[in-house]
Write a protein that binds this ligand. Structure first.
Ligand SMILES: [Zn+2]
Ligand SMILES: [Zn+2]
Length: 377
């Protein structure tokens, strides 16, 4: 079939993107779903910081590529052998579509599936296929097995989770990345318990979902930290007990002073070195520093080895919130239904494909939390 898509043809172009247009809106060809694959119509796709860092060339990707990795969609066609979803079903998409067979999948950790890792680097689906091409026949790479900045996508069956029809698809879209990553870091990676304290460094879409999750858990103290005073205000209104403005040298000392030497669990979601350094600096003895923000591919973090040992520190990564999505997305949607994961607060408006470059200018300026692309109007 033929459809419209935003094709990323160059990484690292200067801003403003509204003028340099790293993504061009093109008519492209999408092949029908092969065995184990499904065709979905994109209802909503969030503009996420990790898309922005791909545009900025923080992580090189094979080009041309269609990015977009957080969304909700309607199944339109299923390939041979697909079970569990049928045309008309509403789904949330997963940027790690697990294979179910590798050593990580069989241990219950589909979020770090080896096959997904391999196919992501190759710009293919886990099946090895590329289903996208330009009108002149040139293949277009898939992004994380999804490529949602388009009217339709062909993805693996395991890259979607069926959801109830009455959940608004615009809200459901956020569960595909921001909610799983942020709330999952709190529920799964940190396993935060009622009364415990947590600090959140970075208050974008992921950080705010970590905040909602910390409130839902019943955290005793929630310390929110960001470089934007406006986001701190929001965090305070949404349940943070303490807020600190990052960006000056005194921030770490101020947090340590206010917390009797540091916080037991610190979750960093900004994906920058200053953010991770701050997170580590405010972690208490015996505490955990959890990093959930995707950084530049070459960024390296250093720490005092002696302190790691004598203070019994932990530094942990959290990818896709350590989620088992087929288990966790229904649980998280249950919390959403009860108003405990109020993701609708994060929506900053809707855009069409034509505005996508401008949308990333806005995200880069820090003016918005989550814009939702509606590629089908
Ligand atoms: Zn994302
Ligand atoms: Zn796997």
């Amino acid at each position: 079939m033929q459809m419209k898509a935003a094709v990323l043809h160059a990484q690292g172009l200067p801003r403003p993107y509204a003028e340099t247009r790293p993504m061009q809106i093109e008519d492209v060809v999408l092949d029908p779903p092969g065995p184990g694959e499904v065709l979905i119509e994109i209802a909503g796709a969030g503009l996420c910081h990790s898309d922005l860092s791909t545009i900025e060339n923080q992580r090189p990707r094979p080009l041309p590529i269609i990015i977009g990795h957080e969304g909700a969609a309607i199944v339109r066609e299923v390939g041979q052998g697909v079970t569990g979803v049928k045309p008309g079903d509403h789904v949330v998409t997963l940027f790690v579509g697990s294979c179910g067979e590798c050593r990580y999948c069989v241990r219950g950790r589909p979020n770090i599936c080896a096959s997904a890792f391999k196919s992501r680097a190759a710009g293919t689906l886990i099946s090895g296929a590329k289903r996208l091409r330009r009108m002149n026949g040139e293949p277009i790479n898939h992004n994380s097995g999804l490529s949602l900045f388009a009217q339709f996508a062909v993805v693996m069956r395991n890259a979607v989770v069926k959801i109830d029809d009455d959940i608004p698809l615009d809200d459901a879209a956020l569960f595909g990345c921001a909610v799983m990553t942020g709330a999952g870091a709190v529920f799964n990676t940190a396993r935060l318990r009622p009364g415990e304290e947590v600090a959140l460094v970075g208050l974008g879409g992921v950080g705010m979902n970590a905040l909602f999750a910390a409130v839902a858990v019943g955290a005793g103290r929630i310390i929110a930290i960001d470089t934007s005073a406006k986001k701190l205000e929001l965090a305070k209104a949404w349940g943070a007990t303490d807020v600190f403005l990052a960006g000056n040298a005194d921030c770490a000392a101020a947090v340590r002073d206010a917390t009797d030497g540091g916080v037991d669990t610190v979750i960093e979601t900004a994906g920058t070195m200053p953010a991770l350094e701050l997170a580590y600096a405010i972690t208490a003895r015996g505490g955990s520093t959890i990093s959930a923000g995707l950084p530049n591919v070459g960024a390296k973090f250093s720490y005092l080895h002696a302190a790691l040992v004598s203070e019994e520190r932990s530094i942990r990564g959290s990818y896709m919130g350590s989620c088992v999505p087929q288990r966790d997305i229904p649980l998280m949607l249950g919390l959403y239904r009860r108003g405990k994961l109020p993701v609708e607060r994060l929506k900053s408006g809707f855009i069409g494909l034509d505005e996508i470059n401008l949308g990333f200018d806005r995200l880069s300026d820090g003016l918005v939390l989550r814009q939702i692309l509606r590629p089908n109007g």
